[in-house]
Design a binder for this molecule. Sequence first.
Ligand code: FES
Length: 120
Amino acid sequence: MDREAAARSEVSAPAPGTVLKALDQIPDPGGAPADHDATPILIVRRGETVRAYINICPHQGRPLCLPSGKTLISEDRFIVCPFHGASFELDTGAGAGGPGGGVGLKSVAVTVRDGQVIAA
Ligand code: FES
């Protein structure tokens, strides 16, 4: 998936039932990119809360995690873009501060089943 196309909302969500990541591979609290090449997806968790977002920062279109996959979480409730510090509510993806202009993240519907995060 081309990141500019994804940023323009030309993103198709993975088919329901697509396995995106093993839950135990996601730090708690924290995040990790999905094991799904067709669409850049970041999965974040805090305890039993698991959410997924298109892994593109609305500020300049960069990934929301470091190349290692490490995702910066602040105060156990904000995803922080590692490039310029835009922050987003972990639970909703709403813009919460920094240079993103308050624009939120695009959600990807997921569920957890048998220890796997799956597209819903
Ligand atoms: S690209 Fe994320 S804050 Fe700039």
